[in-house]
Design a protein around this ligand. Sequence first.
Ligand code: TRP
Length: 468
Amino acid sequence: MDNKNRGSFSGSIGFILTAIGSAVGLGNLWGFPYKMGANGGFPFLIIYLIFVVFCGVVVMALEMSIGRKTGKSPVLAMGEIGRQYRIVGWFSVLCPTIISGFYSVLIGYSVRYAWGFLLEIFGGNGFDGMGGGDFFGTYTADVTQVLIFTIITLVGCGIIVAGGISGGIEKFNKVGIPGLFVLLIVIIIYNFTLPGASQGLTYMFTSKGMEMAGTEFDFFNACRVAAGQMLFSCSLGMGIMITYGSYMKPEESISRNAWIIPAADTLAAIMAGLAIFPAVFAQGGTPNGGVGLLFITLHDTFTSMGSIGNIIGFLFYVLVIFAGVSSLISLMEVSSAHFIDSSEAKGKPVSRKKAVLAMTAIIFVLSVPVCLDMLGGSAITQLPLVSKIGCLLDTYDFFTEGLMMPLAAILMCLIVGWKKGPSWYEEEMEKCGNKIIGKSFFRVSIKYITPAMMTFVLISLALSYLGI
Ligand code: TRP
């Protein structure tokens, strides 16, 4: 496992920041605010937090333990537990590939926005003279531009992943993640000076918010969306953390990381909410603005700041790109690691560069229809399966975070919790004298609470799909 093709992390902070870098991404900045806004605000937040503790922390510890114990990437790691469990590992090749297919398009959007603000700084016309809503609509319908920015994103990430773990990914996160937090704080403070902004806080943190904003609340739907969003945001349910765990040193405390990483991720999501909702209300908008919320609202916020807004806007989208890229490289890393490992197991090793090149090409092929769909503006969205779910991007999302990721989480809990038993993972978590923070919490959750909650989510998904 310690061969030179795979590499390893240089230290504890490097590991935590890399894992947080994978977790904090467009899921937090783009997905969380718009899903919270579309699902009732405050009650959604509470449900989300419950899922973070009882499923996020638990699955995080589980995946890291599986990874470090076997020292392998997901398919081979699960195969080592039992041949028939390789199927779980396969999700971890399929899911990241599908997610990358729309993730790269969204990072491409951010690249376009950063470029727009850069032009504005130098007195140019970065957004064709349009405001938030109009520009977003026009840009997303311009397939050629969207494709170009997607290609820029994929090529950049391919180069970083091909460079290897400690060289490429770690350096990126040491600067990008702290920088993102700082800039979010700046935007949040600015928001507090806007008239009407306090309504955003009421919406996010009190039960009065729902009537105020006139948004609907459907408990089952909120649970389903919150669970999927949580897995997505913490990078769980498809074995990414198995791969990361396989690179983790034995002295590292798995349980400590399993608490810190989801906590940091949730903090970032709430901060993104604080950067967006007060501004939404100050601008007289509604929180259920959907997929474009991050881009439209903040574009208007930065414009309202005057010329300094161009600089802050530029920096912000650059950091969104950082956050997105560090997640996308983690997605590309997992699927590439699979090809590297399995080719080695077969005795015909493939170089890292070749594996990454192949993955990048596959992801590009998946991203083209998403670009062509224009977030639902094309005939693709009218296809039978897609139209039932939303646009093509929603469909990719549905099959991954809605279906496969909860399923993988359930299977991992059942296989490790019941088949292998607590001593199997506890031994790994206690390595080198580490104490498990919340030992009985993990025991009860892995066996009962987490699989039960995830099963509930899948059943409610099935019922809503069948229209019951
Ligand atoms: N967590 C990232 C985000 O919030 C996305 C992501 C990166 C991801 N790696 C993942 C999601 C692995 C699921 C699994 O944007």
